[in-house]
Every structure is written in C-alpha cells, then in structure tokens.
Design a protein around this ligand. Sequence first.
Ligand code: R5P
Length: 260
Amino acid sequence: MDWGMKNRLSKIIKPRDGRTVMLAVDHGYFMGPTTGLEKLDEMINPLLPYADTLMLTRGALRNYVDPVTDIPIVLRVSGGTSIVGKELLHEGTVVSIEDAIRLNVSGVAYSILVGADFERDTLLGMTKYIDEAERYGIPVLAVTAVGKDMAKDVRYLGLASRMAAELGAHIVKTYFCKDFEKVIESCPVPVVIAGGKKQPEKDALNMAYDAIQAGAIGVDMGRNVFQSTDPVGMLKAVNAIIHKDVTPKEAFDIFNSNKK
Ligand code: R5P
C-alpha cells in the first residue's frame, strides 16, 4: 500500500486504537432535506469535536462546511436515484475523481446494492471508481445494501460485505445483525456499521457496543445522532463506546448527563 493511501486511511481510522467515529450526513443526496439536516451547518458544527470523520456530499461540503477545518472528509461519490423514484440505489458515479482530489478528501464512499436486477451496474461502477481512486491513493468505503426482499441478516450482509472487499473496497459499511462476528470474520477489510433508522438512544448505543464487541472498527452513523433529542450528547456517548470501551449503560449515562 502506498504512502498516500496509508496516510489517508490513518485520517479516517485513528491509528491510536484502529477505530473510527464517522458522522454520516450525506442523506440529502437521495432524501432531500432530511429531518435534522435542514440547516446542515447548524447541526454539524457542535458535533465535529466528537467525530473522527465527516461523510457527506460535495454540495454539502461546499455550501455548509468551512474549508478551514481539520475534520477528515469521506465524500459520497455515488448517487443518481431518489427515495421517491422507482429504483432506489440504482446508483452511478456523481463526482469525478478530480473533484474529489480538488476537495482534498481523505476517502470516498460508493454504494452498491446486491440482490437487485441492476446490481451489476452498481458493482461495476464501484469497481471502476476503485481503479481511479487507487491511482491517486484514495481509499474507497463501500456502502453495502441488499435487495429489498432480502433479509438484513448474516447471510446477505456477509455476502455483500465480502463481495465489496473482494472487488477492492478498502473499508466496508454494512448494517448490524445477529451473529455479526461472522460478517466480520469473513470480510478481510475493516467494517463499520451504519446506524439505520432512528431508534431509542439506549438501543442505538447497545447496537454500537455489540458491533464493536463483534469486531467492527466503528460506526458511520447519521440519523441516530442528528435526530436524537440531544445530538451532541448522543455523539459523545457513541464516541465513548468506540474509543473508550465504555459499556452501553455508561454511554447512556454520558448521554443523559450531557442533557443536564
Ligand atoms: C446511506 O446510504 C447513507 O450513506 C447514510 O449515510 C447511511 O445510511 C448512514 O446513515 P444512518 O446512520 O442514518 O443510516
């Protein structure tokens, strides 16, 4: 692995413990003004001290983030379909590698959907982008999803995660599931979990803890942070699970004490 690739990966995954707290606020690229992100800058500015990496689109980066920032950026570079369209996640490349370089990103994120008629398009799109990104030493985070009729279980999430790694992704993002350690064991690159739909804070903290115990290196969490009743408290609590190995109960106490 070349120096640039290693250096960028070390901006995303903290070398001190090999873990990462990624704050995902890229939802607007297919969901528009998502609840909590209507004024994206107002939401994320107080959160940045507790995030290791910010994952978002180039439009959000340019319009809402001060270029004089030291938060490493993972830029979403796939898109093209919306939540109200007929083929959600039938994505292709929406940002050139040159623009990703111009924006000085530490990594890029590309979605694949395994188990849909158009899976081949997303897999080839990601693979082509990996070839381009490797030319410049930029790591690619594969955002994995499985077809809507497929269970989000160890079989299908394990399949999509392993495929993403075999196709060359440097980090894989997937959903947490029962027997998650099997997904980790069969995926040769670091795995982070998405938060998914908003759930009670206690449950989201339990999920983050269980994912770390199973071998995930962190989270790439969005709605469970920015739709929380206390986003800063929630991200502080998640950060403590990832970097300080606190229990879910201790993390929930951190969340509650922040409110006070
Ligand atoms: C989904 O494709 C987006 O990349 C989101 O960033 C991702 O799902 C993580 O956000 P959340 O924790 O809200 O699921």
